[in-house]
Design a protein around this ligand. Structure first.
Ligand code: LMR
Length: 394
């Protein structure tokens, strides 16, 4: 049986992680996988996470099962973190998932269960795993234009023109903030235009929000998701705690289904529970309990938000430094978009050949589509990257 298995395509981001590990050059710079690193290149456990883990270790008396949607306190805390008071809690069905990827996967399965003909519209580009999971599930997918290589911003006219092609019941996958892989985001007026299009066409939004707090702030980064969820009949939201709580390996995420018709909540919640049961039974609990402990405790919450804000500001500082260096070296403003981008990533907008030259000649690792993890930089490596970018002729 095993011999009939086919080689599966390697995930480009994970492949790059491996290549970086194997590179013996001590000057190497990792701008690949989306993991936050501080100036020392370390991905720290956040202070509030350590404190919450200690508390859990001291107080937890059982590891018995919790429930198919996970701990309801985690659900409540996350619904409130992402949606604020934009919708009533009674309008939201929610189930914990193994990370943001788990939430994305469950969302796709829910869509397929409800409407096997729904096409999922994804931005070009989007996080590669969106595409990979859709293909794996055999779900119809359509790309819409998103990134303008010339300006480094969103090709909003192209995006809207392509989204005119949606039919009632199709899904439009949107990144709530900090678009991965480009770093280019819609402003709130543009989001309103997307909402109007969704309402006019009857397409359903699915929002992937994996970087809340990394862009303009915790509340600011949730604004678009809240606008959408409170303005259209139904919204799916896949949220991740991996990055903003730094709990990557704990696999902590949540899928939310918001409906203006609260009467549908029981049915939707039952479907989310069912899907969890089919795929892994109970979702992982440890990371969710850590997150919930932090969000329900005012002191821990304040400390977490303060540390997250430091992380956000450090990435913003690196963006500005990089844009400044490139302006100085190139004598032009053509890299100014790097300071406009938000979140962990920026797409440089260059060819795979140039990306390969950066790797081969300068030991700088970024994803082949020229996505850079800004958090992989520090004040010392920014000038090295800027010089390499100009040296290879980008
Ligand atoms: C990324 O885009 O690098 C992260 O979301 C990590 C991953 O799983 O790909």
């Amino acid at each position: 049986m095993f011999s009939s298995l086919k080689e599966q395509p390697a995930d480009k981001i994970l492949q790059l992680m491996q290549l970086f590990k194997e590179d013996p050059r001590d000057t190497k710079i990792d701008l690949g996988v989306g993991v936050y690193k501080n100036a020392e290149g370390v991905t720290p456990v956040m202070r509030a996470v350590k404190a919450a883990e200690k508390r859990i270790w001291e107080e937890q008396t059982t590891k018995s099962y919790v429930g198919l949607p996970g701990d309801p306190e985690f659900g409540d805390a996350m619904v409130s973190l992402v949606l604020g008071d934009s919708v009533d809690r009674g309008q939201v069905a929610a189930a914990a998932t193994p990370g943001g990827t788990g939430a994305v996967r469950q969302a796709f399965e829910l869509i397929r269960m409800a409407n096997p003909d729904a096409r999922v519209f994804v931005s070009n580009p989007t996080w590669p795993n969106h595409v990979s999971i859709l293909k794996y599930l055999g779900m119809p997918m359509v790309e819409y234009r998103y990134f303008d290589n010339e300006t480094g911003g969103v090709d909003f006219d192209g995006m809207m023109a392509d989204l005119e092609g949606v039919k009632k019941g199709d899904i439009v996958l949107l990144h709530g903030c900090c678009h991965n892989p480009t770093g280019a985001n819609l402003n709130i007026t543009e989001w309103q235009a997307v909402v109007d299009l969704l309402n006019r066409t009857g397409a359903i939004p699915m929002i992937d929000i994996a970087y809340q707090g990394f862009g303009d702030g915790l509340e600011e980064d949730a604004a678009a998701t809240r606008l959408v969820a409170s303005s259209v009949p139904e919204t799916l939201i896949a949220a991740s705690c991996s990055k903003n709580f730094g709990v990557y390996r704990e696999r902590t995420g949540i899928l939310m289904a918001v409906s203006q018709d609260a009467g549908l909540n029981k049915l939707t919640q039952g479907s989310l529970n069912y899907l969890n049961r089919q795929n892994y039974s109970f979702p992982p609990d440890h990371g969710a309990r850590v997150v919930s402990t932090i969000l329900h405790d005012p002191q821990l919450r304040a400390d977490w938000a303060a540390e997250l804000e430091d992380v956000r500001l450090s990435m913003l500082g690196l963006r500005e430094q990089l844009a400044g260096e490139l302006q100085r070296l190139s004598g032009s403003d053509r890299f100014a978009f790097l300071a406009q981008h938000r979140g962990m990533f920026s797409r440089l907008g260059t060819s795979p050949e140039m990306v390969e030259r950066l790797r081969a000649e300068h030991a700088i690792y970024m994803v082949g589509d020229s996505r850079m993890n800004i958090a992989g930089l520090n004040k010392t490596t920014v000038p090295i990257l800027a010089k390499a970018i100009i040296d290879v002729g980008i």
